[in-house]
Design a protein around this ligand. Structure first.
Ligand code: ZN
Length: 162
């Protein structure tokens, strides 16, 4: 079958930046498995996968607006260390979750730590970047009713909570 809405897709991938530096890869791990058409992966990669079949390999260039978004400097803030939970040991690269005024959970990344302050960045670390994916499709199958209800994949490469 071809990749279409509600297909369960397993891919091996490597993503590089403009300079060829590897940003992320599934090499040495299980393939990435997701349900197609639900924005579980970045939009540009999802549309490049549409209509492909098992065994296909391809390259895809994904601009920031179809990847992790453009950077927005207004989403960077410096907070005094004492405003963070006492038990937290802030470190650069750490991801934390804050609650927005309207009750949504927003991910923030720590980008700088000094004696007095911590810099929190609401931009994804890969935002503002053009991404170069190398992908190989390992498997395509139909999602089960249960998987669609749960919104995630069960079994190999997915959740094992049943
Ligand atoms: Zn489940």
């Amino acid at each position: 079958m071809k990749i279409a809405l509600n297909a369960v897709v397993s891919i091996d991938y490597t993503v590089k930046d403009n300079d060829g530096t590897v940003l992320d890869t599934s090499q040495g791990q299980e393939p990435l498995t997701y349900i197609h058409g639900h924005r579980q992966i970045v939009a540009g990669l999802e549309s490049a996968l549409e209509g492909r079949g098992k065994g296909e390999s391809f390259q895809a260039e994904v601009p920031p607006e179809l990847g992790y978004g453009q950077r927005d400097d207004e989403r960077v803030m410096k907070v005094p260390r004492k405003e963070l939970p006492k038990e937290m040991k802030p470190a650069v690269g750490m991801q934390i979750f804050a609650e927005s005024p309207d009750g949504h959970t927003v991910p923030l990344w720590i980008t700088e730590v000094s004696a007095a302050d911590v810099t929190l960045d609401g931009n994804h670390p890969l935002s503002g970047m053009k991404l170069f994916f190398s992908v190989s499709v390992k498997d395509v199958r139909t999602a089960t009713k249960e998987e669609l209800e749960h919104g995630h994949v069960h079994g190999a490469g997915g959740h094992h909570h049943h």
